[in-house]
Write a protein that binds this ligand. Structure first.
Ligand SMILES: Cc1ncc(C[n+]2csc(CCOP(=O)(O)OP(=O)(O)O)c2C)c(N)n1
Length: 322
């Protein structure tokens, strides 16, 4: 599965990373216009992890994305207008109809499971889906994304251990992005490499450069191959960095400028552009054309969402537990 990538696949990686970043930039404008309801969480700097890992899956597999994984949802087929509407609490197919915020939406047909806000709690859920798939004789893989902070919770431990012991086809992607809100990783966990946690569960753990989309894709393919072959769960630690605050309200003043400067040089999209050019897969003109197409598409999609209605007040008790 990892051997050769076609030119189109290389370009698709770029397309989805660029789409993620531009979509979040458009959402930032909507946020400043007071059109986003609730918080806006960016994945700036982490696009390669979400996109590269999701590309290793196929239809029928399930992901549980978190706030930094919009790129994985796009790869799974969510439309930008659905995300715009969801962030704006508008009505419409593919949204929670104003019932929940940001990326808290689900589509079991397209394979993304709505997140629970509590940190780490999607790990047992995704282990459960992997178990259900196994019991039904379906060769599916589940992938759960979480941050370094979430990997210090009890739910993470129970979910990964359960998946490990039952040899469930579940891949846990720990996005080590330096901070959990304002807490640096070393203040909440003493291991330097989060992939070593896998040893405690008797499963493979791999460290990958989370800013290198191809490396992420290949590492995930290895874990997917093992999972489909019945060899069970894996952990992948993607080393990356959160280039903005936790959300729009957070100015990230607790992160030293020198650290941001170092990671700025490791920008996944800028470096991938260089890779594409150096390997004759794209040039400045074709990249510009692709960027402009994406921007024009997003403009149309944002406009559709802006014009979409809010849910009818009479419907507010439908689809909720109370
Ligand atoms: C049990 C619980 N405590 C606190 C929060 C609030 N909260 C949401 S995300 C977050 C930080 C998460 O950090 P990390 O897991 O490292 O992911 P990152 O945001 O860095 O991607 C916090 C404290 C929550 N959702 N659930």
């Amino acid at each position: 599965m990892t051997e050769t990538l076609s030119k189109q696949q290389y370009l698709d990686f770029y397309y989805y990373m660029r789409m993620t970043r531009s979509l979040e930039e458009r959402l930032t404008i909507l946020f400043r216009q007071n059109k986003v309801i609730g918080g806006l969480y960016r994945s700036l700097g982490q696009e390669a992890t979400a996109v590269g890992s999701a590309f290793a899956l196929r239809d029928g597999d399930f992901i549980s994305p978190l706030i930094r994984d919009m790129g994985a949802m796009l790869v799974k087929g969510v439309k930008p207008q659905e995300l715009f509407k969801q962030y704006m609490a508008k009505d419409g197919e593919g949204t929670s109809h104003g019932r929940d915020l940001n990326i808290h939406i689900a589509d079991m047909k397209r394979g993304y499971v709505g997140p629970i806000s509590q940190l780490g709690d999607m790990v047992p859920v995704m282990a459960g889906i992997a178990l259900a798939g196994k019991m039904q004789g379906k060769n599916i893989v589940t992938m759960v994304y979480l941050g370094d902070g979430a990997s210090s919770t009890g739910a993470f431990h129970e979910g990964v251990n359960f998946a490990a012991v039952l040899k469930l086809p579940m891949i846990t992607i720990i996005e080590n992005n330096g901070y959990a809100f304002s807490t640096p990783t070393e203040n909440q966990c003493l291991v330097k490499d989060f992939a070593v946690k896998a040893k405690g569960y008797g499963i493979p753990g791999e460290i990958v450069d989370g800013n290198d989309v191809i490396a992420v894709y290949q590492a995930t393919c290895r874990a997917v191959d093992r999972a489909r072959a019945g060899e069970g769960a894996s952990i992948i630690e993607a080393k990356t960095f959160r280039m903005l605050g936790h959300a729009q309200h957070d100015n990230q003043s607790y992160v030293p400028k020198e650290v941001l400067d170092v990671w700025h040089e490791k920008d996944p999209i800028k470096n991938y552009q260089e890779f594409l050019k150096n390997n004759n897969l794209a040039d400045d003109a074709s990249l510009k054309e692709m960027d402009e197409k994406i921007l024009a598409y997003l403009e149309e999609e944002a406009d559709i969402a802006d014009r979409a209605p809010f849910p009818q007040p009479e419907s507010s008790l439908e689809g909720v537990y109370f």
